[in-house]
Design a protein around this ligand. Structure first.
Ligand SMILES: CC(C)(COP(=O)(O)OP(=O)(O)OC[C@H]1O[C@@H](n2cnc3c(N)ncnc32)[C@H](O)[C@@H]1OP(=O)(O)O)[C@@H](O)C(=O)NCCC(=O)NCCS
Length: 185
């Protein structure tokens, strides 16, 4: 199959700017990912070392954008320029019309609706700019915060998948939700 190439895309919302991670973001990403909640509910390494933030910025995001298979954004508050979270869209290997959305928020900036605002922008980008048919949200059962963001962003819950989502070698039961291009019409 011919390799896809894509340029990083910046998205702007009322209060936020979402752009590809840069070298200068490494310290803030490293600090944010020390949070036990991020380590508990996502696949970031645990413990989270500075090299993990370097890998995120220099390898994962660069390669992800180059191939288009894993588009990663750092999310910033426009007013202060502070890092408030991250968003990602990973294309499904077996279905070019489908991607999985993911996110985390910097602890100090939670509860302001930022993750929902960013998730809406990323979802719109995926369905409208990339022309995807279906976006999936997957979270380990019990992650009520992420589920609230997904529901507020328009994702419809589809059910619970048993022993589905791998985290550091352990499989968890997971909630699955989706947003379709046709849901936006
Ligand atoms: C889940 C997470 C991203 C939420 O981020 P956030 O910036 O606080 O989300 P928002 O401010 O956009 O919240 C949206 C809604 O979710 C609700 N919410 C947030 N955390 C919640 C929780 N733990 N339980 C229930 N509802 C929650 C908020 O109250 C808000 O609803 P409201 O507008 O009616 O008050 C954040 O807690 C986080 O980073 N968790 C750890 C990493 C993670 O779980 N990532 C997702 C993996 S699938």
């Amino acid at each position: 199959m011919e390799e896809q190439h894509s340029e990083p895309v910046t998205l702007t919302t009322e209060r936020l700017v979402l752009r590809a991670p840069r070298e200068s973001d490494i310290d803030a990403v490293f600090a944010a990912c020390q949070d036990p909640e991020i380590q508990r509910w996502t696949i970031v390494p645990s413990p989270y070392r500075r090299e993990d933030a370097e890998f995120f910025v220099r390898d994962l995001a660069i390669e992800g954008w180059r191939t288009g298979a894993n588009r990663i954004w750092c999310v910033f508050e426009r007013e202060s320029g502070a890092l408030v979270g991250s968003q990602g869209l990973v294309l499904r290997d077996n279905d070019p019309g489908c991607a999985e959305i993911g996110w985390w928020a910097v602890k100090e900036f939670r509860g302001r609706g930022y993750t929902t605002e960013a998730a809406r922008a990323v979802s719109h980008y995926g369905l409208r700019e990339l022309g995807l048919r279906r976006l999936e949200w997957v979270a380990y059962v019990g992650n009520g915060g992420s589920r609230a963001v997904a529901e507020k962003s328009g994702y419809r819950m589809e059910g619970t998948l048993r022993s589905f989502a791998e985290q550091r070698g352990v499989f968890h039961d997971a909630w699955l939700g989706s947003l379709l291009a046709s849901d936006l019409d």
